[in-house]
Design a protein around this ligand. Structure first.
Ligand code: X2W
Length: 288
């Protein structure tokens, strides 16, 4: 006998929910969904485990999730332990030689492997790589003022297709090699996720962060925006700070053929599932 932990009503609600998800499951079969998991959305082990379950569920129902992660707060913590000062210009970390070494250690090491482990604990198969592996993401310096911050100029995404076709969830750290001299570049996680989504011509790009979405001049979250709305709101200064790399990423990804980009609060339970598989959706969706 199955243990009765749910009431009949709860059980019926669960069954109804699954049934209502059917059209979405059919729509997204074989869809490539790039999910940016920001450091601010990661939270504690419980939140990490929940994120991993959502990703494994996506894979289980026939989507191809590709995880690209951040880890800004974890980099900050290590830099401060080492007494290295750090500042951001327009949402990007000014990165000198000592900083880029810490960035690579934390992102490719600590954060990447924590996510890989969480996905495996949820019953999925995951392989963690960085933009350096198989020359996935080759960069040039973004802006001399920012030091070793990379702007992706050449993408080789076959390694991701090879992994997801084999049933493996790729987990990518936003660290890359330079065009010249094999320097290491620190790439903003949103920028990396957008470049990967664009090169894969992904169906969806989800940017999971710690804000509910793009806010208008009154501070209200906009559920739907066009590229023109973004350009106007950026010129007017309504979009600023850490939101700039996200909206820049969204514009570029859409230009490159991604169907829709959603900026959403990764701290709300099952944020990605809410966006993909329910009528309600979540956050701000950008499409042309
Ligand atoms: C980021 C990379 C990590 C990141 C940094 O150094 O913090 C740049 O700013 P979140 O958690 O997504 O913010 N790189 C150039 O993007 O992390």
């Amino acid at each position: 006998m199955k243990q009765q932990t749910l009431t009949m009503q709860d059980a019926q609600n669960t069954a109804k929910m699954l049934s209502e998800a059917l059209p979405y499951l059919q729509r997204y079969e074989d869809a490539v969904v790039v999910v940016k998991f920001g450091g601010n959305a990661m939270g504690d082990d419980g939140a990490m485990a929940e994120f991993a379950r959502d990703i494994v569920l996506m894979k289980q129902v026939g989507l191809h999730p590709v995880v690209v992660h951040g880890g800004g707060p974890m980099i900050n913590e290590m830099l401060s332990k080492l007494g290295i000062k750090s500042e951001f210009v327009k949402g990007k970390r000014v990165t000198d030689k000592a900083t880029v070494e810490v960035v690579e250690m934390i992102l490719s090491g600590l954060v990447n492997k924590r996510i890989v482990q969480a996905i495996m604990d949820a019953g999925g198969r995951a392989v963690g790589i960085s933009g350096k592996d198989d020359d996935l993401m080759v960069c040039e310096a973004d802006d001399p003022e920012l030091g070793y911050v990379g702007r992706p100029v050449e993408m080789n995404v076959q390694v991701l297709r090879d992994l997801y076709s084999a049933g493996i969830i790729p987990v990518v750290a936003p660290v890359a090699t330079g065009m010249q001299d094999n320097e290491t570049f620190n790439v903003n996680g949103d920028t990396a996720a957008g470049a990967i989504a664009g090169a894969l011509r992904a169906d969806r790009l989800l940017l999971l962060t710690d804000v509910p979405g793009v806010k208008d001049e009154k501070g209200e979250v906009m559920t739907a925006l066009s590229p023109d709305d973004i350009r106007r709101m950026t010129a007017e200064g309504v979009i600023s700070g850490g939101m700039i790399p996200k909206t820049e990423t969204a514009l570029k990804a859409i230009e490159e053929g991604v169907r829709a980009v959603t900026i959403l609060d990764g701290r709300i339970p099952n944020a990605a599932l809410l966006e993909l598989f329910t009528d309600h959706g979540a956050g701000s969706q950008i499409r042309s």
